[in-house]
Design a protein around this ligand. Structure first.
Ligand code: PLP
Length: 415
Protein backbone atom coordinates (compact mmCIF):
# COMPACT_ATOMS: atom_id res chain seq x y z
CA UNK A 1 0.00 0.00 0.00
CA UNK A 2 1.35 3.45 -0.91
CA UNK A 3 0.46 6.91 0.32
CA UNK A 4 -0.06 9.62 -2.28
CA UNK A 5 3.53 10.88 -1.90
CA UNK A 6 4.81 7.50 -3.10
CA UNK A 7 6.17 6.38 0.28
CA UNK A 8 5.09 3.03 1.72
CA UNK A 9 2.42 3.23 4.38
CA UNK A 10 3.80 2.13 7.74
CA UNK A 11 1.62 -0.29 9.66
CA UNK A 12 1.31 0.28 13.42
CA UNK A 13 2.49 -2.42 15.83
CA UNK A 14 5.48 -4.69 15.41
CA UNK A 15 6.09 -3.54 11.82
CA UNK A 16 6.54 0.05 12.99
CA UNK A 17 9.38 -0.98 15.31
CA UNK A 18 11.73 -1.32 12.36
CA UNK A 19 11.64 2.50 12.17
CA UNK A 20 12.75 2.99 15.78
CA UNK A 21 16.45 2.44 16.56
CA UNK A 22 15.40 2.24 20.23
CA UNK A 23 14.30 -1.35 19.52
CA UNK A 24 17.28 -2.45 17.42
CA UNK A 25 20.24 -0.41 18.71
CA UNK A 26 18.92 0.89 22.02
CA UNK A 27 17.63 -0.84 25.14
CA UNK A 28 14.35 -1.90 23.48
CA UNK A 29 11.92 -3.75 25.72
CA UNK A 30 8.21 -3.42 26.32
CA UNK A 31 7.98 0.35 26.32
CA UNK A 32 4.65 1.40 27.77
CA UNK A 33 5.31 5.01 28.72
CA UNK A 34 4.68 6.88 25.47
CA UNK A 35 2.34 9.32 27.22
CA UNK A 36 5.40 10.56 29.11
CA UNK A 37 7.59 10.65 26.03
CA UNK A 38 7.56 8.72 22.77
CA UNK A 39 10.51 6.87 21.24
CA UNK A 40 12.09 8.52 18.21
CA UNK A 41 11.99 7.24 14.64
CA UNK A 42 15.33 6.98 12.82
CA UNK A 43 14.33 9.74 10.41
CA UNK A 44 13.79 12.20 13.28
CA UNK A 45 17.17 11.38 14.78
CA UNK A 46 18.70 11.75 11.33
CA UNK A 47 16.93 15.08 10.75
CA UNK A 48 18.44 16.42 13.95
CA UNK A 49 21.92 15.11 13.10
CA UNK A 50 21.72 16.31 9.51
CA UNK A 51 20.62 19.80 10.54
CA UNK A 52 23.40 20.12 13.09
CA UNK A 53 26.00 19.03 10.56
CA UNK A 54 24.76 20.65 7.35
CA UNK A 55 22.52 23.58 8.28
CA UNK A 56 23.88 24.90 11.53
CA UNK A 57 23.69 28.67 11.44
CA UNK A 58 21.49 30.99 13.40
CA UNK A 59 18.11 31.60 11.78
CA UNK A 60 16.65 34.91 10.57
CA UNK A 61 19.96 36.71 11.03
CA UNK A 62 22.76 35.88 8.66
CA UNK A 63 22.98 37.22 5.11
CA UNK A 64 24.96 34.12 4.06
CA UNK A 65 23.45 31.05 2.43
CA UNK A 66 23.94 28.70 5.37
CA UNK A 67 21.77 30.91 7.57
CA UNK A 68 19.25 31.46 4.79
CA UNK A 69 18.83 27.69 4.35
CA UNK A 70 18.49 27.09 8.09
CA UNK A 71 15.85 29.85 8.18
CA UNK A 72 14.02 28.31 5.26
CA UNK A 73 13.97 24.88 6.91
CA UNK A 74 12.76 26.40 10.16
CA UNK A 75 9.94 28.19 8.30
CA UNK A 76 9.06 24.97 6.48
CA UNK A 77 8.78 23.20 9.85
CA UNK A 78 6.26 25.85 10.91
CA UNK A 79 4.28 25.23 7.72
CA UNK A 80 4.29 21.47 8.39
CA UNK A 81 2.95 22.03 11.90
CA UNK A 82 0.23 24.33 10.54
CA UNK A 83 -0.83 21.71 7.98
CA UNK A 84 -0.67 18.90 10.54
CA UNK A 85 -3.15 20.56 12.91
CA UNK A 86 -5.27 22.20 10.21
CA UNK A 87 -4.28 25.79 11.00
CA UNK A 88 -5.24 28.20 8.21
CA UNK A 89 -2.04 30.22 8.59
CA UNK A 90 1.45 29.60 9.91
CA UNK A 91 1.13 32.99 11.66
CA UNK A 92 -0.86 30.99 14.19
CA UNK A 93 2.06 28.70 15.05
CA UNK A 94 4.38 29.78 17.85
CA UNK A 95 7.31 27.49 18.60
CA UNK A 96 7.82 27.01 22.32
CA UNK A 97 9.63 24.44 24.47
CA UNK A 98 6.54 22.32 25.02
CA UNK A 99 2.94 22.26 26.20
CA UNK A 100 3.97 23.51 29.64
CA UNK A 101 5.70 26.57 28.25
CA UNK A 102 2.78 27.26 25.89
CA UNK A 103 0.33 27.36 28.81
CA UNK A 104 2.70 29.52 30.84
CA UNK A 105 2.91 31.87 27.88
CA UNK A 106 -0.87 32.25 27.74
CA UNK A 107 -1.31 32.69 31.48
CA UNK A 108 1.37 35.37 31.48
CA UNK A 109 0.65 37.16 28.22
CA UNK A 110 -3.12 37.23 28.63
CA UNK A 111 -3.19 38.48 32.20
CA UNK A 112 -4.19 41.98 31.11
CA UNK A 113 -7.42 40.43 29.77
CA UNK A 114 -8.50 39.41 33.31
CA UNK A 115 -9.82 41.57 36.12
CA UNK A 116 -10.09 40.74 39.81
CA UNK A 117 -12.98 38.40 40.54
CA UNK A 118 -12.92 36.77 37.09
CA UNK A 119 -13.15 32.99 36.93
CA UNK A 120 -10.98 30.46 35.13
CA UNK A 121 -12.66 27.12 34.52
CA UNK A 122 -10.55 23.97 34.32
CA UNK A 123 -11.52 20.33 34.72
CA UNK A 124 -10.50 17.65 37.19
CA UNK A 125 -8.86 15.81 34.28
CA UNK A 126 -6.07 18.31 33.75
CA UNK A 127 -2.35 17.65 33.91
CA UNK A 128 -0.59 19.84 36.49
CA UNK A 129 0.77 21.96 33.67
CA UNK A 130 -2.78 23.01 32.82
CA UNK A 131 -3.52 23.84 36.46
CA UNK A 132 -0.54 25.43 38.17
CA UNK A 133 0.09 28.28 35.67
CA UNK A 134 -3.60 29.25 35.96
CA UNK A 135 -3.36 29.16 39.76
CA UNK A 136 -0.38 31.50 39.64
CA UNK A 137 -2.26 33.82 37.29
CA UNK A 138 -5.22 33.74 39.68
CA UNK A 139 -2.95 34.67 42.56
CA UNK A 140 -1.37 37.56 40.65
CA UNK A 141 -4.67 39.00 39.45
CA UNK A 142 -7.17 38.08 42.19
CA UNK A 143 -9.07 35.53 40.07
CA UNK A 144 -10.80 32.31 41.06
CA UNK A 145 -10.02 28.88 39.59
CA UNK A 146 -13.00 26.54 39.40
CA UNK A 147 -12.93 22.88 38.33
CA UNK A 148 -15.55 20.95 36.40
CA UNK A 149 -16.10 17.59 38.04
CA UNK A 150 -15.57 14.11 36.63
CA UNK A 151 -17.70 11.01 37.07
CA UNK A 152 -16.59 8.00 39.12
CA UNK A 153 -15.26 6.25 36.00
CA UNK A 154 -13.14 9.26 35.05
CA UNK A 155 -15.29 10.78 32.29
CA UNK A 156 -15.79 14.51 32.27
CA UNK A 157 -19.08 15.45 33.92
CA UNK A 158 -20.33 17.51 30.99
CA UNK A 159 -23.45 18.66 32.82
CA UNK A 160 -21.27 20.08 35.59
CA UNK A 161 -19.00 21.74 33.02
CA UNK A 162 -21.98 23.39 31.33
CA UNK A 163 -23.48 24.42 34.62
CA UNK A 164 -20.20 26.06 35.72
CA UNK A 165 -19.78 27.85 32.40
CA UNK A 166 -23.29 29.28 32.77
CA UNK A 167 -22.89 30.14 36.43
CA UNK A 168 -19.41 31.69 36.35
CA UNK A 169 -19.06 33.00 32.77
CA UNK A 170 -15.32 32.17 32.90
CA UNK A 171 -12.91 34.44 31.11
CA UNK A 172 -10.72 31.43 30.25
CA UNK A 173 -11.45 27.73 30.00
CA UNK A 174 -8.58 25.22 29.95
CA UNK A 175 -9.50 21.67 29.01
CA UNK A 176 -7.68 18.59 27.84
CA UNK A 177 -8.52 16.72 24.66
CA UNK A 178 -7.18 13.44 26.07
CA UNK A 179 -6.29 13.00 29.74
CA UNK A 180 -2.87 11.50 30.37
CA UNK A 181 -3.84 9.87 33.68
CA UNK A 182 -6.82 7.76 32.55
CA UNK A 183 -6.98 8.17 28.78
CA UNK A 184 -10.31 9.97 28.99
CA UNK A 185 -11.32 11.52 25.67
CA UNK A 186 -13.37 14.65 26.25
CA UNK A 187 -16.17 15.79 23.90
CA UNK A 188 -13.92 18.65 22.95
CA UNK A 189 -15.97 20.17 20.10
CA UNK A 190 -19.01 20.45 22.34
CA UNK A 191 -17.02 21.93 25.24
CA UNK A 192 -15.25 24.53 23.09
CA UNK A 193 -18.46 25.66 21.39
CA UNK A 194 -20.40 25.88 24.66
CA UNK A 195 -17.72 27.82 26.54
CA UNK A 196 -17.15 30.24 23.65
CA UNK A 197 -20.88 30.85 23.34
CA UNK A 198 -20.71 32.12 26.92
CA UNK A 199 -17.77 34.41 26.23
CA UNK A 200 -14.75 32.32 27.28
CA UNK A 201 -11.47 32.01 25.45
CA UNK A 202 -10.71 28.30 25.33
CA UNK A 203 -7.30 26.68 25.58
CA UNK A 204 -7.21 23.02 24.55
CA UNK A 205 -4.39 20.92 25.95
CA UNK A 206 -3.48 18.67 23.03
CA UNK A 207 -0.32 17.16 24.57
CA UNK A 208 -1.85 13.69 24.25
CA UNK A 209 -4.54 14.52 21.71
CA UNK A 210 -2.21 15.80 18.97
CA UNK A 211 -0.20 12.56 18.66
CA UNK A 212 -2.97 10.08 19.43
CA UNK A 213 -6.22 11.55 18.13
CA UNK A 214 -5.15 14.27 15.72
CA UNK A 215 -6.90 17.62 15.46
CA UNK A 216 -8.17 20.19 13.02
CA UNK A 217 -7.97 23.44 14.96
CA UNK A 218 -10.03 25.40 12.43
CA UNK A 219 -12.88 22.88 12.60
CA UNK A 220 -12.56 22.73 16.39
CA UNK A 221 -12.58 26.52 16.58
CA UNK A 222 -10.60 26.71 19.83
CA UNK A 223 -8.73 29.90 20.71
CA UNK A 224 -5.47 28.16 21.62
CA UNK A 225 -4.17 24.62 21.19
CA UNK A 226 -0.92 23.42 22.76
CA UNK A 227 1.24 20.33 22.42
CA UNK A 228 4.79 19.00 22.87
CA UNK A 229 7.01 17.64 20.12
CA UNK A 230 8.53 14.87 22.20
CA UNK A 231 5.20 13.12 22.73
CA UNK A 232 4.62 12.96 18.99
CA UNK A 233 7.88 11.23 18.11
CA UNK A 234 9.84 14.46 17.81
CA UNK A 235 12.65 15.73 20.03
CA UNK A 236 12.36 17.35 23.43
CA UNK A 237 12.76 21.11 23.74
CA UNK A 238 10.24 21.94 21.04
CA UNK A 239 6.49 22.35 21.23
CA UNK A 240 3.71 24.39 19.76
CA UNK A 241 1.28 27.06 20.78
CA UNK A 242 -1.43 27.50 18.19
CA UNK A 243 -3.51 30.64 18.57
CA UNK A 244 -6.11 32.15 16.29
CA UNK A 245 -4.33 35.20 14.83
CA UNK A 246 -6.62 37.70 16.56
CA UNK A 247 -6.02 35.87 19.84
CA UNK A 248 -2.25 36.06 19.45
CA UNK A 249 -2.44 39.72 18.41
CA UNK A 250 -4.12 40.69 21.67
CA UNK A 251 -1.43 39.09 23.87
CA UNK A 252 1.42 40.94 25.56
CA UNK A 253 4.92 39.60 24.80
CA UNK A 254 6.03 36.71 27.02
CA UNK A 255 9.82 36.61 27.02
CA UNK A 256 11.67 39.49 25.44
CA UNK A 257 15.01 40.08 23.77
CA UNK A 258 16.32 39.45 20.28
CA UNK A 259 14.11 38.28 17.41
CA UNK A 260 10.79 39.38 18.95
CA UNK A 261 11.24 43.09 18.21
CA UNK A 262 10.62 45.39 15.26
CA UNK A 263 13.01 48.00 16.64
CA UNK A 264 14.89 48.82 19.83
CA UNK A 265 15.98 52.27 20.87
CA UNK A 266 17.26 53.68 24.13
CA UNK A 267 13.75 55.02 24.70
CA UNK A 268 11.85 51.80 24.09
CA UNK A 269 11.11 48.94 21.72
CA UNK A 270 8.44 47.77 19.29
CA UNK A 271 7.27 44.23 18.75
CA UNK A 272 7.68 42.01 15.74
CA UNK A 273 4.63 40.57 14.01
CA UNK A 274 3.12 37.32 15.28
CA UNK A 275 4.33 34.61 15.68
CA UNK A 276 7.91 35.98 16.04
CA UNK A 277 6.67 38.32 18.78
CA UNK A 278 6.56 35.27 21.06
CA UNK A 279 9.85 33.69 20.04
CA UNK A 280 12.50 35.69 21.86
CA UNK A 281 16.10 34.61 21.43
CA UNK A 282 17.61 31.90 19.27
CA UNK A 283 14.91 29.29 18.71
CA UNK A 284 15.41 25.53 18.89
CA UNK A 285 15.51 25.39 15.11
CA UNK A 286 17.14 21.92 14.74
CA UNK A 287 14.46 20.54 17.05
CA UNK A 288 11.72 22.33 15.12
CA UNK A 289 13.06 20.87 11.86
CA UNK A 290 13.17 17.42 13.48
CA UNK A 291 9.58 17.93 14.67
CA UNK A 292 8.71 18.56 11.03
CA UNK A 293 10.30 15.20 10.26
CA UNK A 294 8.22 13.56 13.03
CA UNK A 295 5.12 15.02 11.41
CA UNK A 296 6.22 13.56 8.06
CA UNK A 297 6.74 10.24 9.80
CA UNK A 298 3.29 10.26 11.42
CA UNK A 299 1.88 11.15 8.02
CA UNK A 300 3.11 7.80 6.72
CA UNK A 301 0.50 6.01 8.84
CA UNK A 302 -3.15 5.88 8.06
CA UNK A 303 -4.69 7.93 10.90
CA UNK A 304 -7.70 5.69 10.79
CA UNK A 305 -5.61 2.54 11.15
CA UNK A 306 -3.55 4.13 13.92
CA UNK A 307 -6.66 5.04 15.89
CA UNK A 308 -8.08 1.54 15.41
CA UNK A 309 -4.79 -0.01 16.48
CA UNK A 310 -4.62 2.01 19.70
CA UNK A 311 -8.32 1.38 20.37
CA UNK A 312 -7.79 -2.37 19.94
CA UNK A 313 -4.89 -2.20 22.41
CA UNK A 314 -7.06 -0.42 24.98
CA UNK A 315 -9.71 -3.15 24.61
CA UNK A 316 -7.14 -5.96 24.83
CA UNK A 317 -5.50 -4.33 27.85
CA UNK A 318 -8.84 -4.17 29.66
CA UNK A 319 -9.53 -7.80 28.80
CA UNK A 320 -6.11 -8.88 30.01
CA UNK A 321 -6.37 -6.88 33.25
CA UNK A 322 -9.86 -8.17 33.97
CA UNK A 323 -8.74 -11.74 33.47
CA UNK A 324 -6.05 -11.39 36.15
CA UNK A 325 -7.05 -11.89 39.76
CA UNK A 326 -6.87 -8.85 42.02
CA UNK A 327 -6.44 -6.33 39.20
CA UNK A 328 -8.77 -3.38 38.63
CA UNK A 329 -8.59 -1.28 35.48
CA UNK A 330 -9.73 2.34 35.68
CA UNK A 331 -11.09 4.82 33.17
CA UNK A 332 -14.17 5.48 31.05
CA UNK A 333 -13.68 2.42 28.81
CA UNK A 334 -14.40 0.17 31.82
CA UNK A 335 -18.02 1.29 31.46
CA UNK A 336 -18.03 1.74 27.68
CA UNK A 337 -16.94 5.40 27.69
CA UNK A 338 -14.46 7.22 25.45
CA UNK A 339 -10.85 6.37 26.29
CA UNK A 340 -7.74 6.21 24.15
CA UNK A 341 -4.10 5.17 24.27
CA UNK A 342 -3.79 5.04 28.10
CA UNK A 343 -4.89 2.35 30.56
CA UNK A 344 -4.46 2.89 34.29
CA UNK A 345 -4.94 0.10 36.82
CA UNK A 346 -4.44 -1.05 40.41
CA UNK A 347 -3.34 -4.39 41.81
CA UNK A 348 -4.91 -5.39 45.14
CA UNK A 349 -1.82 -6.24 47.21
CA UNK A 350 0.91 -4.42 45.26
CA UNK A 351 1.83 -0.74 45.44
CA UNK A 352 2.09 0.80 41.95
CA UNK A 353 5.74 1.74 42.50
CA UNK A 354 6.62 -1.80 43.58
CA UNK A 355 4.87 -3.11 40.51
CA UNK A 356 6.78 -0.78 38.19
CA UNK A 357 10.05 -1.95 39.74
CA UNK A 358 9.14 -5.62 39.33
CA UNK A 359 7.90 -4.99 35.79
CA UNK A 360 11.26 -3.41 34.98
CA UNK A 361 12.97 -6.74 35.73
CA UNK A 362 10.76 -8.13 32.92
CA UNK A 363 11.98 -5.32 30.66
CA UNK A 364 8.58 -3.63 30.92
CA UNK A 365 8.92 0.15 31.16
CA UNK A 366 5.69 1.24 32.80
CA UNK A 367 4.66 4.30 34.78
CA UNK A 368 3.53 4.38 38.41
CA UNK A 369 2.42 7.38 40.46
CA UNK A 370 0.02 10.29 40.18
CA UNK A 371 0.96 11.02 36.55
CA UNK A 372 1.06 14.78 37.26
CA UNK A 373 -2.69 14.65 37.75
CA UNK A 374 -3.12 14.65 41.52
CA UNK A 375 -6.60 16.24 41.47
CA UNK A 376 -7.86 13.50 39.11
CA UNK A 377 -6.53 10.68 41.24
CA UNK A 378 -7.63 12.25 44.50
CA UNK A 379 -11.17 12.71 43.15
CA UNK A 380 -11.29 8.97 42.38
CA UNK A 381 -9.79 8.02 45.75
CA UNK A 382 -6.31 6.94 44.60
CA UNK A 383 -2.85 8.05 45.62
CA UNK A 384 -1.26 6.37 42.63
CA UNK A 385 -1.98 3.94 39.80
CA UNK A 386 0.02 1.92 37.33
CA UNK A 387 -0.30 3.37 33.85
CA UNK A 388 0.44 1.88 30.48
CA UNK A 389 0.36 4.13 27.46
CA UNK A 390 0.75 3.19 23.84
CA UNK A 391 2.51 4.42 20.74
CA UNK A 392 2.65 3.42 17.08
CA UNK A 393 5.06 0.60 18.05
CA UNK A 394 2.92 -0.91 20.83
CA UNK A 395 1.49 -4.38 20.34
CA UNK A 396 -0.15 -7.36 22.05
CA UNK A 397 3.26 -8.72 23.14
CA UNK A 398 3.60 -5.70 25.44
CA UNK A 399 0.37 -6.65 27.17
CA UNK A 400 1.49 -10.25 27.65
CA UNK A 401 4.68 -8.98 29.26
CA UNK A 402 2.57 -6.90 31.68
CA UNK A 403 0.46 -9.97 32.45
CA UNK A 404 3.56 -11.98 33.45
CA UNK A 405 4.81 -9.10 35.60
CA UNK A 406 1.41 -8.85 37.33
CA UNK A 407 1.49 -12.58 38.14
CA UNK A 408 4.97 -12.37 39.57
CA UNK A 409 4.17 -9.27 41.61
CA UNK A 410 1.06 -10.87 43.09
CA UNK A 411 3.01 -14.07 43.89
CA UNK A 412 5.63 -11.99 45.72
CA UNK A 413 3.25 -9.72 47.63
CA UNK A 414 0.44 -12.12 48.53
CA UNK A 415 2.76 -14.41 50.47
N1 PLP B 1 -0.65 18.04 29.21
C1 PLP B 1 -0.76 16.71 29.20
C2 PLP B 1 -2.11 16.08 29.01
C3 PLP B 1 0.37 15.92 29.36
O1 PLP B 1 0.26 14.59 29.34
C4 PLP B 1 1.62 16.54 29.56
C5 PLP B 1 2.83 15.74 29.79
O2 PLP B 1 2.77 14.61 30.21
C6 PLP B 1 1.69 17.94 29.53
C7 PLP B 1 0.53 18.66 29.36
C8 PLP B 1 2.99 18.66 29.69
O3 PLP B 1 3.84 18.36 28.63
P1 PLP B 1 5.38 18.82 28.68
O4 PLP B 1 5.94 18.25 29.94
O5 PLP B 1 5.96 18.19 27.45
O6 PLP B 1 5.40 20.28 28.63
Amino acid sequence: MEKTDGLQVIRPGLAARAHFPFFSEGPGGFYLDSAATAQKPGQVIEALRHTLIHHNANVHRGAYRLSATASELYDQARQKVARCIGAASERSIVFVRGATEAINLITYSAQHLCKPGDVILLTLLEHHSNIVPWQLLAKRKGLKVVFADITDDGSLNVADFRQKVEAFKPVFVGVTQLANSLGTVTPIEELVAFAQKHGARVLVDGAQGAPHLGVNVEALGCDYYVFSGHKMYGPTGIGVLYGRPERLEELEPFQSGGDMISYVSVDGSGWAEIPQRFEAGTPAFPEAIALGSAIDFLGRFSRDELNKHEQALVRSALEMLRSEEGVTPHGPATVGGAQATVVSFSIDCVHPHDFATIADTHNVQIRAGHHCAMPTLRRLGFQATVRMSFGVYSCEEDLEAVRLAIREARRMFSR
